[in-house]
Design a protein around this ligand. Structure first.
Ligand SMILES: [Zn+2]
Ligand SMILES: [Zn+2]
Length: 241
């Protein structure tokens, strides 16, 4: 299985990542990718950047070292209503958006019902393309409902390699990802593989995610980022255009 674009990475701008945009693009080219998404943490993540950074991304070239760049954001899902931490008009102007739940940002109870509602309400927003790492046992999810809504709304679900790493801090991720993928098979819902790289060497490293997909014999046609063109078409913002 070939993955042409890494859909989830961070640079120095996110505050707890370690390379520049140019270094990340260079590494992506070295590793033979055709595309790279750079998805900085949105403003409510402590230490990340502000609104103007995202508004000004239009000045950055979308091709570097022969790599197509998708410049975007990893939004914070703030509450059960699916509130995100950038205005919709700003997110719409980016190339890609992921929305994720992060411990320092999510206000509200962590029951299965609350968290599932948070994801469902987030996926109903047209500016949200991908749900990032919905695999963390600290935020329990009704996977049947999550995947069904992802399919209905055309939102991609992420299989996050960092979550599955033995060094990862998210909980019970392997079992949760397997459950999610079973429902993805059932409902024919699309997933993306993202590394969530916070350092250049982690780009395009899918060891743990790949292992699970192989183990489950997961159909390749349900993986959105096996080709750059396929991925572009699978983004909600491009489907609705
Ligand atoms: Zn991060
Ligand atoms: Zn995240």
């Amino acid at each position: 299985m070939k993955i042409e674009i890494d859909t989830h990475t961070h640079t120095l701008v996110s505050g707890h990542a370690y390379n520049t945009l140019r270094e990340m693009a260079h590494m992506a080219a070295d590793k033979g990718l055709k595309g790279l998404a750079i998805t900085e943490h949105a403003p409510k993540m402590p230490g990340s950047t502000g609104l103007y950074y995202f508004q000004n991304l239009r000045v950055v070239p979308r091709e570097m070292y022969g790599i197509q760049l998708f410049l975007g954001v990893e939004l914070n899902i703030m509450d059960e209503e699916g509130t995100i931490d950038l205005p919709e008009r700003v997110v719409k102007d980016l190339d890609i958006s992921i929305a994720s739940i992060h411990t320092p940002c999510f206000a509200g109870e962590r029951t299965k019902e609350t968290i599932t509602n948070a994801y469902v309400n987030t996926m109903k927003q047209n500016c949200v393309d991908i749900i990032g790492h919905p695999d963390d046992g600290r935020f329990p999810v009704d996977y049947d409902k999550l995947v069904k809504t992802a399919k209905e709304t055309g939102t991609l679900l992420e299989v996050n390699n960092t979550s599955l790493s033995p060094k990862g801090f998210r909980q019970n991720t392997k079992d949760n990802v397997k459950e999610m993928l079973e429902y993805c098979k059932k409902y024919k819902a699309m997933v993306v593989l993202g590394t969530d790289a916070h350092v250049d060497v982690s780009i395009a490293e899918y060891q743990y995610a790949g292992e699970i997909l192989r183990e489950m014999d997961f159909p390749e046609d349900l993986i959105a980022n096996t080709s750059l063109e396929k991925f572009r078409c699978c983004l909600k913002r491009n489907c609705n255009a």
